[in-house]
Design a protein around this ligand. Sequence first.
Ligand code: F6P
Length: 563
Amino acid sequence: MSIRPPCKLTSRPSWIALEEHCASIREQHLRSLFCAEPQRGSQYTVEAAGLYLDYSKNRIDRQTVPLLARLASDCQLRERTDAMFRGDLVNCTERRPALHTALRTPLGHRIVVDGVDVVPDVHAVLGRMAIFSDQVRRGGWTGHTGRPIRNVINIGIGGSDLGPAMAHEALRHYSERALSIRFVSNVDGTDLVEALREIDAVETLFIICSKSFNTSETLANARSARAWIVQQLGDEAAVARHFVAVSVNAGAVTEFGIAMPQMFPLWDWVGGRNSIASAIGLSVMVAIGSPNFLQMLAGMRAMDVHFRSAPIEQNMPALLGMLAIWNTNFLGSAAQAVLPYEQYLRRFPAYLQQLTMESNGKNVTTEGLPVGVATSPIIWGEPGTNGQHSFFQLLHQGTHLVPCDFIGFAQGLNSLGHSSGQADGQHDFLIANMFLQAEAMAFGRTLEELRFEGLNDCAAAHRVLEGNRSSNTLLGNVLTPHSLGVLIALFEHSVFTQVVWDIDSFDQWGVELGKELAQGLFLELRSPSDRDAVHDSSTQALIQRYRSLRRTCAEAAIDSGPS
Ligand code: F6P
């Protein structure tokens, strides 16, 4: 079935039915919803690819999910999903496919882009990555002086950093500890300078990750790294052994001084925030080895298959995506907290920020018309239990509704006892906290319960937890490359489910402007220019003050003589 021309979302009967439904249940507390359906905790659940989702602590009842499923169906979620997997131009403003799912598609399946089956190409690159990463891990890839590599530094930003940095951190337990893998992204010199501390250039390899090979921050850091290598090793020829590139832009890579055998390609149909399964993940493959990297792809594939085949009401990504729409557009929440109770996933919230907000932080539909409703929630979060000693006060007693996604695993990867003397007791304590925090958010603690404990009304009032705060809990068995892949694909597809808003989830015009303006202003900062008047009075005053401070610093440096 072809994709029908969109119609105004809020005039859809399925949308109106949800509005009416929300009006009928929004005042019901989770305490009463659980009283009405005492077993919902084991019924509002879905299992897929080894993951268990408990979505019972959302402010919903038996009718809500079927109504959300009807809206998704009305918005042709199934057809749009098939179109994405098939390689249609779903990134409509850039007229490109969004085929990150092709990166984990097994050989033998055909996915044709511009008349070419891309699956063999994907596997050819994976094969080159495997050979190279194995060479680095075994000392077969040597630097300019013949020494093996011990330090790998990934230079990239956005999806060329957040994905690999998150996955490297998440899979540190599976990494070759003799290799030091570092990530540099910020154009602030501190990022690269700190990464270069206490390492020897002769055993350092840089992976320049940039799909476009035209991102200012990445090129600035790449050039500085290049200068460092040449200065340290005293020979321009050293670049050839200490740099590889991941990009679609062979011309720019060659111009930088990296030869084609050291370039690992990706394709225009892979978006930056969906690129971890491509050669953008090379640093991760070096860290964990090719078999583990392929296991991560297998986990992604398992969730892909579930997403494509499960009915919406049993479809984990679709449920997460539609429940976020319920919380955002019907209950009125603006933010969403991602709370991994797994320390190795500490960079997962940062990764999800780009995946979600760069995808769905839009305000016009594919037709260029105002969406007319709120779109992407504001994604933030920190690992548990740390968040409990930071922002959980707001989550429990603040005035905002902030739905939470709890993520945990039954097995910990670093077993420590506990004051109770139980083996692996600290992991039990971690997960106990995750469960009880979700319970407290849902059911709170009432004034009556506190009075019963003998507190006067004023003291009790400060201790009341309203509850009725929504959350999902995702529980896996253990964090492995496979289960990380499942999680990544789960959130990729839950973000895609919000195509219900009829936005283009795959472009990012909002950040292109910043790239252009930064280039211009950078040139003006050092000295007065006739362009000063172009800026508003605030920016002009800031530029003047910056120039003055820089002059003062420069004069002070001259007065004090060479350091
Ligand atoms: O943030 C804008 C963006 O284009 C992201 O989508 C992308 O991941 C990042 O910049 C880096 O782009 P590149 O990989 O081309 O350097």
